[in-house]
Ligand binder design. Structure first.
Ligand code: AMP
Ligand code: MG
Length: 356
C-alpha cells in the first residue's frame, strides 16, 4: 500500500517562557552550553535518545550539574540503545535465547517494564520492538504490515516471559526489547538527582516533550507547562506545577498517513499489533517519578478512557489529563485546580475525576 506522507510533529508538551535557551539546535551527538555571566540560568541542549533535550539550571553549581548530566545522558544512551552494537540492550536482543549479563540498572529498568506489563494487563510491553520495526516506526520507513505478518511477530511479544535473575537475563529466542517508552523518564530522574546533588533547587528539564521540573521558578512562582494540542499547533491548556514530572504520550508525536487515508501512529496495542485507537488522542501523566509517568503515559494511551480511569482509581501515585477525540479534557482532582484552558480551546468539555 502506498504511503502518501510521513510526518513527525515533535514534542507533546511545551515549556512556556524558559528564561534562557540556547539558540538553535545542536546536531546529533553534539551539545551546546550557554551561560549567563551574572549567576543567571545556564542551559545545555543535547541530542540523545532520538530527541532534543534542553536542560536549564537556575541556581547551585550549574556548570558542574549540566556537564555531569550530559555525561549521564550519553552513558545511558550507550547502555540502552537498540542499535548501538556495544549496548547492553543490543547484546540482549542478539543473545539468541542464551543468558546475557546486564548491569543492575538495566536489570532494574527491564523489571520495571515487566511490572508495568502486569499492571496494565499487557497494554504496556517492552517486547513490541519487532512489531514497531515492521511498521517502520524505528527508522521512518513506514509501511502497513499484513495481518499474517503481525500475528507471526506477535507470537514473540510477551515481556512476562523474560527471565531475570540478578545480573543475568534470558530473552526467549526471537524476542527483542526496547526501553524507549521508559528511558527518557528514567533519564530525567537521573538528571534530577545530579542537579540536586549539585545544589540546584530550580530547574527545567525538557526531554523531547517529557517535562521534569525541580522546585519552582527562581521568583518562587510555579512552572507553567503547556499541554500540547493533539489537533495541531499550540497548547490546549496551561498547567502550573512545582517539583514534578509532566509526561505526555500522543498519537500526533510520530505517525504516517496510509494510502487508505487512515492515520497510523507509533503507540501500538500489543494485543493486535495495530496502533492503539480507542478515542484517546493524548495522555499526560503528572507525578514524582519520571519513569513511572513515562511508562504510564504510554500505558494509559493504550488502555483507553475506561482502562485509564480504572488504573487511576486503583493507584494513588499519579494524576492524569486525557484528551479525547470527541473534544473532552478529562483530568483528575489532584491537578484540576492547576489547569487552565487557553482561549482557543475554551469550547472543550472538561471533566474532573474524583475518587469518590
Ligand atoms: P512514549 O513516547 O513514552 O509514549 O513512548 C512511545 C514509544 O514506545 C514508541 O515510539 C514505541 O517505541 C514504544 N511503544 C509503542 N507502543 C508501546 C506499548 N504498547 N508498550 C510499550 N512501548 C510501546
Ligand atoms: Mg512513555
Amino acid at each position: 500500500m502506498a504511503i502518501s506522507r510521513a510526518v513527525s510533529l515533535g514534542t507533546a508538551v511545551l515549556a512556556l517562557l524558559p528564561m534562557l535557551w540556547t539558540s538553535g539546535c545542536s546536531k546529533a551527538g553534539e551539545s551546546a552550553v550557554s551561560a549567563a555571566e551574572d549567576g543567571g540560568p545556564q542551559s545545555i541542549s543535547v541530542f540523545a535518545m532520538d530527541t532534543y533535550m534542553q536542560l536549564t539550571a537556575y541556581d547551585g553549581q550549574k556548570s558542574a550539574a549540566l556537564s555531569q548530566a550530559k555525561d549521564e545522558v550519553e552513558r545511558l544512551e550507550k547502555l540502552w540503545s537498540v542499535t548501538d552494537e556495544g549496548s547492553e540492550i543490543y547484546r540482549l536482543d542478539h543473545s539468541g535465547g542464551e543468558p546475557a549479563e546486564i548491569s543492575d540498572e538495566t536489570a532494574e529498568l527491564i523489571a520495571f517494564g515487566m511490572e508495568l506489563n502486569e499492571l496494565t494487563g499487557g497494554a504496556f510491553d517492552i517486547s513490541l520492538y519487532p512489531v514497531l520495526s515492521e511498521w517502520g516506526f524505528t527508522n521512518g520507513d513506514y509501511k502497513i504490515p499484513s495481518e499474517e505478518r503481525l500475528s507471526e511477530l506477535l507470537k514473540n511479544v510477551d515481556s512476562s516471559r523474560i527471565e531475570l535473575s540478578g545480573n543475568a537475563a534470558v530473552l526467549p529466542d526471537g524476542m527483542s526489547i526496547d526501553l524507549g517508552a521508559l528511558g527518557k523518564g528514567e533519564t530525567g530522574d537521573r538528571i534530577t538527582e545530579i542537579f540536586r546533588a549539585n545544589g540546584v533547587s530550580s530547574a527545567l528539564l525538557d526531554l523531547g516533550g517529557n517535562i521534569q521540573v525541580i522546585g519552582s521558578k527562581p521568583d518562587g512562582s510555579p512552572w507553567k507547562i503547556g499541554i500540547k494540542s493533539p489537533w495541531g499547533e499550540g497548547s490546549v491548556a496551561k498547567l502550573e506545577v512545582r517539583d514534578c514530572c509532566v509526561i505526555t504520550s500522543g498519537g500526533y508525536e510520530r505517525f504516517f498517513e496510509g494510502g487508505d487515508g487512515e492515520i497510523y501512529w507509533h503507540i501500538l496495542d500489543p494485543k493486535t499489533g495495530y496502533p492503539a485507537k480507542n478515542g484517546i488522542l493524548s495522555a499526560t501523566v503528572i507525578g514524582k517519578s519520571g519513569r513511572l509517568c513515562d511508562g504510564l503515559s504510554t500505558s494509559l494511551f493504550v488502555l483507553g478512557e475506561e482502562g485509564a480511569k480504572k488504573l487511576w482509581r486503583e493507584r494513588g501515585d499519579f494524576d492524569m489529563i486525557l484528551i479525547t477525540e470527541d473534544g473532552r479534557l478529562i483530568m483528575t482532582e489532584g491537578i484540576a485546580g492547576e489547569v487552565s484552558l487557553y482561549e482557543e480551546f475554551s469550547g472543550l468539555e472538561t471533566e474532573v475525576m474524583s475518587r469518590d
